[in-house]
Design a protein around this ligand. Sequence first.
Ligand SMILES: Nc1ncnc2c1ncn2[C@@H]1O[C@H](COP(=O)(O)OP(=O)(O)OP(=O)(O)O)[C@@H](O)[C@H]1O
Ligand SMILES: [Mg+2]
Length: 435
Amino acid sequence: MPERLELRNVGPAPGLDPDLQRRMNLITGDNGLGKSFLLDVAWWALTRKWPRDLNPRLTSGCPARPTDRTSPAKLRFALTTDAGNSRSFESTCSVQDESWTGQPGRPWSPGLVIYAHADGGFSAWDPARNCWRRKGNIDVQERLPGYVFSPQDVWRGLEAPIDGRSTRVCKGLLDDWSGWIREKGENARLMSEVIGALSVRGEPWDVGPLLRLSVDDAQDIPSIRTEYSDAVPIVHASSAVRRITGLAYMLAWSWSEHVRAADQLGLRTAGQAILLFDEIEAHLHPRWQRTIVPAILKVMDRLTHADTGVQLIAATHSALVLAAVEPHFDEERDRLFHLDIRDGEVGLDIVPWAAQGDVLGWLVSDVFGLRQARSIEAERAMDAARACMLGKGLENPEGLRGRDEIHEALCRALPGHDPFWPGWIVRSEQNGRGQ
Ligand SMILES: Nc1ncnc2c1ncn2[C@@H]1O[C@H](COP(=O)(O)OP(=O)(O)OP(=O)(O)O)[C@@H](O)[C@H]1O
Ligand SMILES: [Mg+2]
């Protein structure tokens, strides 16, 4: 698993050096500061391929381009290999070749790596199926360098070139899950268990009958029962349900295919599993945002063997995700990162862990940096009211003229029970009397 990444002259920051913890790493920061890019670099450090190079249908995961093409661009990383050895490597970008220098010889195996992209695509690197194979005593690089799924491929299956032939390397969620349901075997049970653990109530969804969407379409579609229907075809399910179903399938598929391949090749199963997760809260209702991170850690532990080290590196914009991990956060194993702009440059901080208690606390903490967890109008009206109460003149920077205008703005922006009212009303009356 990755321990440290070093980026120089690539991405939005001139340099970043995240030291990662061995279990949970959460990356926060404003839009466009490089959270997804950092995950792309982590994937590259582990697999030495850029996702987009392996599947052009992906909308993210492009090869890193130097920021200043006249200066050296470097990516350095240190990791613990699946065999438990510490290794580090430095790669520089060749501007002429538009590529990153590689390391000669067999790449180290980092363990099983799964990357959940923000748009619903996934990438997976399997130490049994993607690592070089050995012919006689010679390492040969003729396996697939990784599985990279666009959102469409997750559902309909993935084809990749093997020995010059386009080969269906994954049947996709619809075919696999339908087949598993028909077989009523171990995979159906595993899928149901993973969905159950990831679901908001921690219970498996009730699986309905296999459906056909049209008489002209032979594709069997699994369905789920909901509170209002006995059979919602999974392709019609909500964005959140589809996102979690895709994740459950990718986790179940990656791990079960890995175990099968390792068994077939006489290899041991991965000692490490790394999950890179972009926008971990995407599509999820607050109720679900509250459970998702602990659920993912639990599922990864449950899927893999007891001694498999599980590392999560996730980007989030959600204050609720952070509030929800408070009881689980262990400073010995977990870390919170924050990307921020200082003096016009993007930098990455390790946030000293301090529980904030609730969503409000996180929103007004340095991590999210809001002055108020309210509307802009409320914040401005309150600023103007405070300035007025402190006697800083009735002309305030918000352009609200006079106590009456401020009062009107407060009425529009604050609910009647807001704790700001008593102070404002008392002070207004005192000032009114004083005039
Ligand atoms: N392949 C790349 N090579 C070089 N720089 C890149 C590359 N991809 C992204 N960037 C840089 O990263 C910036 C965007 O970063 P990124 O998409 O990681 O932001 P983010 O923090 O994930 O934002 P959001 O919260 O909106 O998802 C771009 O503006 C660009 O400067
Ligand atoms: Mg992003």
